[in-house]
Design a protein around this ligand. Sequence first.
Ligand SMILES: NC(=O)c1ccc[n+]([C@@H]2O[C@H](COP(=O)([O-])OP(=O)(O)OC[C@H]3O[C@@H](n4cnc5c(N)ncnc54)[C@H](O)[C@@H]3O)[C@@H](O)[C@H]2O)c1
Length: 256
Amino acid sequence: MKIEGSVALVTGGVSGLGFGAVSRFVRGGGSVVMLDINEAHGAAAVDALGESARFIRCDVRDRDAVADSVVRAAEEWGRIDILVNAAGVAPAQRLISRDGELFDLDLFKFVIEVNLIGMFDVTRNVAAVMSTNEPGPDGERGVIVNVASIAAFEGQIGQAAYSASKGGIVGMTLPLARDLASIGVRAVTIAPGIMDTPLLADAPDELKESLAALHVFPRRLGTPEDFAHLVQSIVENPLLNGEVIRLDAGARMPPR
Ligand SMILES: NC(=O)c1ccc[n+]([C@@H]2O[C@H](COP(=O)([O-])OP(=O)(O)OC[C@H]3O[C@@H](n4cnc5c(N)ncnc54)[C@H](O)[C@@H]3O)[C@@H](O)[C@H]2O)c1
């Protein structure tokens, strides 16, 4: 599928990796709808991107809001060709803290609700919209790009909830691709390494340098542009499907 003339819906699209993808879509001649809870960033993103960008406030945990927002997003440009599921949260907590406190179950549920159930809910609603698209070459009607993490494979201390949520995305990638094949929609997951986004904005430089050193080569943090580049490749290459692609410069995360 070509970016030019396409319509993309991007959750978490007003910041970090999602905004990187959105910017690339717009530069490439596509139109975008960003779904996010951050209204201030949403307004700033629309200002920065111009006429081809729209923002809808939506908490991906809210089932009614997701269904309504996807319908509204489809109405903006008449269809949805590309979905990028980039909304996510990453709070960390040890299973048992040093003073004996247990991992907060509500925090565990919160992470699963945003990162896994929210992503699945947006996906099912958007897939229904994509199924009504006119098929392109190879009968393709849409492309779905999910965002997991290398923490799905090498979760660090404190990442039980985050890794469980991202592992769920990894696990559903192939069945999603199989389910969606009948409507001509591909599903691919990106598992980023350590990316320089607002998630890391407040980290001290020494921490950023030590994290960047986990990348084997090149020894720098990933950027939203690196991410957007891979999203574009996935969209454009019709044979990429049902796969999880690490974008991590060879990093393998240690326990801490
Ligand atoms: N930055 C990294 O190093 C890194 C590494 C691996 C994976 N990831 C994943 O990449 C994705 C994007 O992260 P990022 O680094 O760009 O962070 P970010 O904080 O810049 O962007 C995440 C966006 O998701 C939005 N969001 C959070 N909860 C939401 C909800 N309930 N409903 C709708 N939107 C919500 C936030 O408002 C924010 O705009 C996340 O899924 C994250 O887990 C990031």
